[in-house]
Design a binder for this molecule. Structure first.
Ligand SMILES: C[S@@+](CC[C@H](N)C(=O)[O-])C[C@H]1O[C@@H](n2cnc3c(N)ncnc32)[C@H](O)[C@@H]1O
Length: 281
């Protein structure tokens, strides 16, 4: 079968589980997987042949309700491929706003810390984009750290990404160690988890749920991060689409200056925070 035919078949079949935007996106991801190329390149290969049987096998698993990234064991982030599998959160496109905020900041060198490093998509992207940085990545999940180690090797940054299994900031002494702390923490409440689609529930509970309110990890970040940051350091973190009000209250209470960043739908999804007002620009 030609790639073009496979593309049309996948798009129409995937409409059973996705809207048309995501059906097309996933069709491109499946074909990119087989051609070992970026989804953006698929249109260049429309006349090439592809094994129909293998495409249908992937499609069958996807239609049975498995997130595509777990079926393919890969996900794309900031234009790069990352290994993923069950046990680690699938990196989300929205999280690229967090990376954008960091890359747009003054931080060019030094050591940053990522809390809840997961697959490593954020830390590895930052290390590749800013070669004078090095980083610590912390996670409580051994599965996540194993996958992160694999991604770190694949992208050639394992000489500057140091991984630690720890409970949040528990492994570090309270000292001005880092130029930045960055995190996409768990931020879903228990009630929200109960209402999630079964497909999302295939991702690890501890990567998504933050207590009764969903704000447990934001509270920890805002209360504790300054004790580990250099005076000129920045804190970056992601929030849920409906959490700006509560997070802003916390930031004010603990004396941070801050800036919020919106996603493409207009929701505030990322915070950059700092202690010293001179750092504003
Ligand atoms: C929302 S996921 C983010 C993963 C990855 N950074 C990303 O953006 O794709 C949150 C991560 O925090 C980790 N985590 C949850 N509780 C933690 C804790 N107490 N200490 C360290 N890591 C934790 C989870 O295992 C998960 O990998």
């Amino acid at each position: 079968m030609k790639i073009k035919e496979a593309f049309e078949l996948l798009k129409s079949e995937l409409l059973k589980v996705e809207d048309s935007y995501f059906a097309k996106k996933e069709a491109l991801l499946i074909l990119a997987h087989f051609l070992n190329t970026s989804p953006l390149n698929i249109y260049l290969y429309f006349d090439k042949d592809i094994a129909e049987k293998e495409v249908l096998q992937i499609l069958k698993k996807r239609l049975a309700g498995y997130p595509l990234a777990y079926v393919l064991k890969e996900a794309w982030f900031w234009g790069r491929k990352f290994f993923v599998e069950e046990g680690v959160l699938i990196p989300r496109q929205d999280t690229e706003i967090l990376v954008e905020a960091f890359l747009g900041s003054k931080i060019q060198k030094g050591v940053f810390l990522e809390l809840g490093v997961g697959s490593g998509a954020i830390a590895i992207t930052l290390l590749l984009e800013k070669p004078d940085l090095s980083a610590f990545g912390v996670d409580i999940s051994s599965d996540a750290l194993r996958i992160c180690q694999k991604n770190s090797g694949y992208h050639g940054v394992n000489n500057k990404l140091f991984l630690l299994k720890a409970d949040w900031l528990g492994a570090f002494r309270r000292a001005p160690l880092f130029s930045a702390i960055i995190s996409n923490p768990p931020y879903i409440s228990q009630a929200e988890w109960n209402g999630l689609a079964e497909e999302v529930k295939k991702e690890p509970y501890q990567a998504l749920v933050a207590g009764e309110t969903g704000l447990e990890y934001h509270e920890k970040l805002v209360k504790e991060a300054s004790q580990f940051l250099k005076p000129e350091g920045f804190l970056f973190f992601e929030i849920g689409y409906n959490q700006k009000h509560q997070v802003e209250k916390l930031l004010k209470e603990f004396g941070w200056s801050y800036q919020f960043y919106k996603d493409l739908s207009g929701y505030y999804r990322v915070v950059k925070a700092w202690r010293d007002e001179d750092l504003r620009n």
